[in-house]
Design a protein around this ligand. Sequence first.
Ligand code: FES
Length: 300
Amino acid sequence: MPRARALARALARAVDATARVALDGASMRATCARTMTKPNDARAVATARTRARAYSVGQMVHRDVPEDNSTMTWTFEASVRPKVDAILRRYPSNYKRSAMIPLLDLAQQQNKGHLTLAMMNHIADVLEVAPIRVYEVATFYSMFNRQKMGKLHVMVCGTTPCMLRGSREIEKALEEWMGVKKFETTACGTFTLGEMECMGCCVNAPMIAVADYRNGVEGYSYNYYEDLTPQTAVKVCEALKAGKSPRVGSQIRDKAEPIKGLTTLTGDPSGPFSRDLDQIKADVDAAAAAAAAAAAAEKK
Ligand code: FES
């Protein structure tokens, strides 16, 4: 029995040590990412930030840094408050927390693409919930960014239909054109290259989505660019960088129709057909008129 207890204690110690090593490893990587940062080296800043992001995707651990810490406060701008009120009015007061995702989205738009601790705390105050309720939502959904982003967040869809149609080549072309790797931000701060899972338009795969944070909440846009090739993906980004508005949606067709034109319903339908509803209506009307005439004749 003592031997069993000793074994159990040794096992518990081993598990504890393994967990500590894992945690230390994670925090060391995050620390390395921070200490590698040289204040005057914009590229290093961007890379360090994005490395931290890559390593924190699983846990989204917050660590106080000068620009994002627990002593800071934040509020919605006066111009954004009508939108906040409009969102809150959608829900009964006892279900205020249902406004959490729209408010996080609005806050992120106001803050040029990322959420800070102070922003999440403010939203918790607005919704009258414990801050952890906001943290758990903001760190669960990948569309909420906890690290600073470029003005344009370009997300390449990496799920199977887009991958089979060439999304990896698109990602490579964008990496080369931007001079960054996936999850990094360009030195000038214009682009962050990211990845998303299926964005629901596989029929026009491959595609990218671009969140544009350049013009605040009023000018915010989140657009899909579809049916891309590596060349057209770069062209879309070039146009966005130049302040132009490239065609949104498919780059080569109007809708989500087959790429080589219609493959079905190309001739007259062969039936079976619907009954002739016009004739049926005419018959019913005629019968009603005859019945009315017969009733009138009877009265005379
Ligand atoms: S797989 Fe890319 S949109 Fe569905």
